[in-house]
Design a binder for this molecule. Structure first.
Ligand code: HEC
Ligand code: HEC
Ligand code: HEC
Length: 119
């Protein structure tokens, strides 16, 4: 009985859906760190950046949320920007899977600045 429960617990994660493959970033760009580092550390990088910006007034350091959105948002076939936190989009695809709901986009833009989006 105990062995059966242990076995069930061990196999559970394997039964869960495969992690999503998020949409590709803007072509011809490189991320601010390697994808494996980004997958592991982006939350901490962003939070530190946020703290520095709000408390110390530092801007322009590399972990910029605006930067993530510039490279990681997609556009529709008609060229309209799709929010990075829309279903299936870059940030949201993983976060839905990981069941995290960062509040960032209540204040921060989910699409690149109009100038870029219009191109
Ligand atoms: C209540 C509103 C609010 C929320 C929620 C919020 N921020 Fe911000 N954030 C700001 C403001 C205001 C600034 C300063 C704007 C500036 O620097 O131009 C800022 C600046 C930043 C910056 C530096 C500027 C940039 O574009 O990179 C980062 C990084 C950042 N926030 C990350 C986050 C992250 C990550 C979250 C979610 C975990 C978050 N913020 C949630 C209001 C918010
Ligand atoms: C200059 C463009 C650029 C910026 C800015 C950028 N990225 Fe990336 N990012 C990429 C590219 C290119 C890749 C490689 C995978 C791809 O092509 O989609 C990538 C990969 C990633 C991955 C791994 C994705 C995967 O499929 O495993 C994560 C996570 C990530 N970025 C998060 C972020 C976050 C969070 C920010 C903002 C702090 C950010 N990126 C800023 C271009 C960028
Ligand atoms: C490859 C998958 C993946 C992608 C793509 C991704 N994230 Fe995440 N993110 C995660 C996971 C997993 C967590 C939860 C980590 C944890 O709980 O330790 C997380 C957590 C976060 C957190 C902290 C949330 C909290 O409540 O503590 C922030 C902020 C965040 N991500 C921002 C972003 C932004 C902005 C993007 C898009 C530019 C993005 N992430 C794209 C996987 C991803």
């Amino acid at each position: 009985m105990i062995i059966a429960i242990l076995l069930a617990l061990l196999t559970l994660p394997a039964l869960a859906a495969e992690p999503p493959a998020p949409p590709k970033a803007k072509a011809g760009t490189t991320c601010i760190e390697s994808p494996s580092v980004m997958r592991r550390d982006h939350m901490e990088m962003l939070k530190h950046q946020r703290d520095d910006t709000l408390r110390l007034g530092i801007r322009g350091a590399k972990a910029s949320l605006k930067g993530c959105v510039d490279c990681h948002s997609t556009t529709t076939a008609e060229g309209r920007p799709v929010p990075v936190n829309a279903e299936g989009q870059f940030c949201q695809s993983c976060h839905a899977y990981a069941a995290v709901k960062p509040d960032c986009f209540e204040c921060h833009a989910t699409t690149p600045a109009v100038k870029e989006a219009a191109r």
